[in-house]
Design a protein around this ligand. Sequence first.
Ligand code: MRU
Length: 366
Amino acid sequence: MRWRGGVLEVVDQRRLPARRVIRRCRRVEEVAEAIETLQVRGAPAIGIAAAYGVVLGVRPELGRRMHGHVAFRRQLDAAIARLGRTRPTAVNLRWALDRMRRVVTAHPGGGVRRWRQRLLAEARAIHAEDRRRCAAIGAAGAALLTSGDTVMTHCNTGGLATGGLGTAFAVFATAHAQRKHIHVIACEARPVWQGARLTMWELQQYGIPATLICDTAAASLMARRPIAAVIVGADRIAANGDTANKIGTYGLALLARAHRIPFYVAAPTSTIDLATPSGAAIPIEERPPAEVTRPYGLPIAPRSAHALNPAFDVTPRALISGIITEHGVLKPPYAEKLRRLKANPPHLAPLLPPREERLSEVGVVG
Ligand code: MRU
């Protein structure tokens, strides 16, 4: 994702890995549509795109008109409302939009042009901070792995889904950069195949040894092969530690428990939502049934087949061995630790190791 010349450029993730198509968003509606249709996806990336979308939603020429600030506030509210309706589960969206709104509410006396400059600076800051968070998550999580480990993951959590190296993916990339000789087993993540299409592609970009499996093969593999850990991302971590992530994650966590395999969630603190007390209160996005019955336009079920398509599920905190954040690995019980982390986040080192920074570039643009 890149902001260039007043335009938000995103890689259209629906087309990967077959084609690398860059989509240029010039209006807030285009950003909203890109998020809804999964051109941009992954919790942190959704938040970053939405932040730039807010900038596109306010027009600088209003500054020359009378009552420009009233119109500006109206446009800001409309942009935030439109972007806020795109996807309900990833809390990074609301987190980023709240930050964007505060830029204006914290400086009520600013002129329209100045507000827009501040909005762009905030969007860039959200983007840059995520990059640093990813690097720190990678370092914290890689310390959990030892040389020769095989790890399992679900959905896509790499550079495509974030502003940097990724979340769970950053753990793999960092361990690989440390020459730990890890092997990643990626679940395909039906019905949109983020694992098969995107994670396998990113793993190849980094040269990380990897094997793709059908979601349904996970149990059998856990029974037959030594798996050191399951590491996944998150779309929202409730105040008590319950975690929403791509549909199928809950099943993997149950399987991991049954096979005594540690199950880790890797996420930045922007994914922690203290306003949601437990997983029961996390809104779960229902996507079009056609993604199940006609994936990529191919009819695989009878025409009138009824289908359900919940995009996420909730893994209860009791199944989570640890939460890998940019500030280290939290162990259960989570509630008090999550509260303290959000209330008083430790300082995050500003420097990325040069090698990781290069890797992160590769992850973003392939
Ligand atoms: O529907 P998606 O593809 O946006 O879902 C993405 C996931 O579930 C990821 O695992 C999650 O956002 C973590 S991304 C670093």
